[in-house]
Design a binder for this molecule. Sequence first.
Ligand SMILES: [Zn+2]
Length: 445
Amino acid sequence: MSFRGRRDSTEATPLLQDSLDEEQQQKLWPPNPKSRGIVWGSLTLTFLIALVLVLGFNNEFGDVVRPWLGFLPKDPLLAAQIILRDAPVIDGHIDLPFLVRSQYSNNVTAVDLASRIPGHVDIPRLIKGKVGGFFWSTYVPCPKPDGVDGDFLDASWRVRDTLEQIDVSKLLIEKYPKTFRLALTTDDIKEAINSRKIASLLGVEGGHQLGNSIAVLRQYHALGVRYVTLTHTCHNAFADSCGYLPGMIPLHGGLSALGKSLIEEMNRLGVLVDLSHTSDATTTQALRHSKAPVIWSHSSARAVHDVPRNIPDEVLRLIGTGEGQKDGVVMVNFAPFFVANPGEATVAAVADHVEHIAKIAGIAHVGLGSDFDGIEDVPIGLEDVSKYPALIAELYRRGWNKYALAGLTGANLLRVFEGAERVARLLQLAGTEPKFDVYNKRPDL
Ligand SMILES: [Zn+2]
């Protein structure tokens, strides 16, 4: 019987107790030797645990103890592995489909992603790199990479070639159903990651792949495309590109009227507006015109390395949720030419871009868009998709906590994508009509 059970307590005052009478106190004191042993034993054990914790936290042994207590290990690479287990990488731009085109003539049967293949991406390395999702870039080159393609009316197979890139992507995703899952929505991405699969999204890398037609955008969306980069390295009927090297002469001065309609249709459909490759004028106009949050699927910071493909600080300052800003995520590009001077592109240099964008635009507006399989060279230490943990470790070493790193690896992109889904839903609920603008130089319509 419990001590309390002998008291005359009531339901209303169960915790109120009278003081013990003398006889009862004598029964309790002094404690018998057995209870004394238990007390001393507990105290000694507590002291020893405290000693292990204090000493353990400051040496290698601490990295064994810390995760058990909910702390991250001090070793940056160990910590990165733990963070990535819960928050895997969602990369904004991977050119695997183009590698399949250029090296396998689109023959998906010949591509054995379960073993090591040329380039930067295959399943073993994706798993090692803790990848939870990526945009498969369906890319077709510009007709004239560094210049204006006349009136954009020349005979072209670019829509066909884009359809082939979409075909290749989907067939590879289907070929490995235990690894990949086609993702059309943010819910799909989360479900894929929760079931330990790699969420596979489709992006079209350039308005030149639309054949000047907003109807083509609608059909790409129907096939599963969830971002379109407004330009590649060439201008097109919709917008100006920043080109590749300095000196690109603008054509429209940013967006054309058709380009504005294209953005409105992307907003209505829920296709993300991707501003990588666009000129600064296109970028700022698109930021103003888009109702939905935007992305840069693979772009870095111009203040860190001054090339036209990188984003200047004045644009970074337009990203956010404040007055005159638009929500967005800049997914940092690993291409050495955009990262640093020749020979200086390293994990640390890429981390510098991440930190600069986080400093100017905010920590909630940076992500990862490697450009793997679309770049010939790679940074030292970021040689392929197995190396993302090295970048996460570098940032952890610099003081980034797990929440900031989870934002970088994927949560920031998810928020932006959810924002675009919300805008699309609202526009459709409001009965917004599809766009039927025709390119004014088309002779057939
Ligand atoms: Zn690109």
